[in-house]
Design a protein around this ligand. Sequence first.
Ligand code: ZN
Length: 509
Amino acid sequence: MKTLATLEPLTTRLIEIRRIQSAASVLSWDQETYMPAGGGAARAEQIATLEGLAHQRLVSDEVGHLLIKWIDPATGSAESTAEGWDEPSRALLRETWRDFNRAKKLPSDFVIRLSRECSLAQQAWVTAREESRFSKFLPSLKIVLGLKRDEAQYLGYANSPYDALLDTYEPGATVAQLAPLLTRLRERLVPLLKRVQASPVIIDDRCLHQSFDRHKQVEFGRLVLTAMGYDFDRGRLDLSAHPFTTSFHPTDVRVTTRVFEKDLPSCLFSCIHEGGHGLYDQGLDPRYYGTPLGESLSLGFHESQSRLWENCVGRSLAFWRCFYPMLQHTFPQQLAEVPLDRFYAAINRAAPSLIRVEADELTYNLHIMLRVEIEQALIEGRAQAEDLPGLWNDKMQSYLGIMPERDAEGVLQDVHWSMGAFGYFPTYTLGNLYSVQFFEQAKRELPQLHDDLEAGRLLPLRQWLEQKIHRWGRMFTPDHLARRVTGSEVDPEPFLRYLEEKYEALYRL
Ligand code: ZN
């Protein structure tokens, strides 16, 4: 049986490539957090140079020859070669072959250009969003959109060019699979929202929008992150315009949040959300750094971790039985007179709103659907960049019944399109569906989980997630790992039942 030791000539090269990419990630993190605005153009070149270098090394003849030595290029599988491989080696070869082939389809000068234009577009987006002027972002968006359409052509696809981009983030996913899931969600969520809106129960969430000291908010976020088992010796919490998590190695995983004086949930839930992402990255096996076995499986899986912590844990009554007294202690003036059940109802209030990252669990996926429809139309050429604000506002009206007055609260709110991340949004919905599937499985396998949460003991859940999901990296495909953990592939039913039960109780439907 051949093991990973045989693959050392390959893994040595993969690790070197990953180090270059990690260095680029440090530069991106800095760009989003501390870099002075004047550094933008130079930074874009620095990152593009490193990305180009990493790409050239991956598609090199050296790596190609090593792979073909062990893999049957016709099937992409190591199975048919004479001697048997152990499971990690087979997975490493399968996934490296996938990365190599995808990378090989993109010319190096295209990769460098895409990286540079996306860095510049992201900076243009920050300014446009601050000024709430879509027209300021439009020229950059046109360039990025054009490049992403080209990318889909380079990568190739069977049905829609959008599939080629979606596959980057969620291996194996296609629009054809996704569409029925979204339809099923829409068919159950829209009526549920109508019932909630018709309910005589009015949830007052003004207690969350008093004046809360920003510094104390961040400190409370830090406290919750620590309780979740996020390791600050291997991580940091900083501020950025759009909360995100980035990892350079399992020993250095950064999360960010944002904080508004009059909006307690924003900082609180983005800390818990990014903390869930951070735990995944800290939970990857450092022995496999640089190889696919040391990487997260897909963005849908990544998002399942953040949403599980944010919603299944962070918006549960059990969790707040322990943490609410601490929150009251942090903000006595604002919360001493607000009982737990009122606070719990306030953080779960469902109402159509403009901003995706602050949407409740019920309306969240409607925000995703409109983005997926728009970006699919853009990539397929059925819509143009200029059409965006109009399309956005029409769809907001038809899905959520409201319309933004300013671009900053509408089409400019998300960073994704400026980063060239077309095909990314569906992974949010997949993550929501997986999050409930995994949490229900954790409840079955950890009978004391409810008591643990009530007592603020969050580590058993983190360990379960680490054992079942984090440490495997890309050893299995997403479908395979979902079946391994829960017995089934992605399934909207547990998520829909969870939401219906939760909102029926809250709104006495
Ligand atoms: Zn996330």
